[in-house]
Design a protein around this ligand. Structure first.
Ligand code: SAM
Length: 282
């Protein structure tokens, strides 16, 4: 049995749990939206937890943040205006801003406390928060997108919590339709899409179908390892109205990454056999 020196996130429906040995609880804040905890772990650096779910650790967040940003920004021929919904830890925004051609990023997280705690405990992720191209907003992403102008963005990234609580609306067809509207015709949409092992036939399948019904013609799910998320295997789903997602990527080697490169991008596109039955229609 695990004792109080371990943080555990159980996934009751799946009969599994993920645990990290902790040495200290650094902070706990109940905001209007969610409960945020910060721990010092023994071997994974700091850990942020929202409503009992692991959001990120110092040790492995680079994989997720790089996969949420660099594939789309490398496929798009000239990404200038980028919108991030969620992403309050600021790690995805830091990666986006490594692309010199990006002129501005708007990040809209519902909960300002996520960003304030990230600045305090994960300052490396917030290194670009004062970049003149960064614009931080603290509002509901569903509402912000509804109020945005048509065709305003080249890339829209949904870096959200799981589809429960405040993030529920970010997984609905109506939201996808609004995101499609605010993207330029050649734009790319990216959404964290949970675990291929656990959600291939449910959340990911539904997201792919709903994106297609919302005006996106091309859909592509990329998978990658993420040991601190349920099952240790995660995904993001890309969508575009007309841009070919399968083309060569123009990733330039002068952007410093720890996980992403051209070969990683190619490998992430491979669809495992058991997922094909769920995703082949789109
Ligand atoms: N990588 C993480 C994961 O997959 O578990 C997500 C990290 S990021 C911290 C998730 C963010 O989504 C949180 O900061 C949360 O406040 C934000 N969020 C949830 N619902 C939202 C909404 N409706 N509008 C904007 N941000 C939202």
């Amino acid at each position: 049995m695990l004792d109080k020196n371990w943080f555990s996130e159980p996934f009751a429906d799946e009969g599994l749990a993920f645990s990290l040995k902790i040495t200290d609880k650094l902070e706990q804040v109940q905001t209007k939206y969610q409960n945020i905890e910060i721990y010092q772990t023994d071997t994974f650096g700091k850990l942020m937890v929202i409503d009992g779910c692991v959001m990120l650790t110092s040790r492995d967040n680079f994989i997720y943040h790089e996969m949420m940003s660099h594939p789309a920004l490398s496929i798009h021929p000239d990404p200038q205006n980028v919108l991030i919904i969620g992403g309050g830890d600021c790690g995805t925004m830091r990666e986006v801003l490594k692309h010199k051609g990006v002129l501005q990023v708007h990040q809209v997280d519902i909960d300002e406390q996520v960003t304030r705690l990230s600045e305090k405990y994960f300052p490396e992720l917030c290194a670009s928060n004062n970049d003149f191209r960064a614009n931080l907003h603290f509002e509901d992403g569903v509402k912000w997108v509804r109020d945005a102008k048509d065709g305003e963005f080249d890339v829209v990234i949904i870096d959200s919590t799981d589809p429960v609580g405040p993030a529920e609306g970010l997984f609905k067809g109506e939201f996808f339709t609004q995101c499609c509207r605010i993207l330029k015709d050649g734009g790319i949409y990216v959404q964290q899409s949970e675990s291929p092992l656990l959600h291939a036939g449910t959340i990911i399948k539904n997201m792919r179908t709903d994106l297609q019904n919302s005006g996106f013609r091309k859909i592509q799910t990329l998978s990658f390892p993420q040991c601190s998320y349920p099952s240790g295997w995660w995904s993001c789903t890309l969508a575009s109205k007309e841009l070919e997602l399968d083309q060569c990527v123009n990733f330039v080697g002068d952007i410093e990454t720890k996980y992403y490169n051209r070969e990683v991008h190619s490998a992430a596109k491979a669809i495992p056999q058991f997922c094909l039955q769920f995703w082949q229609e789109n």
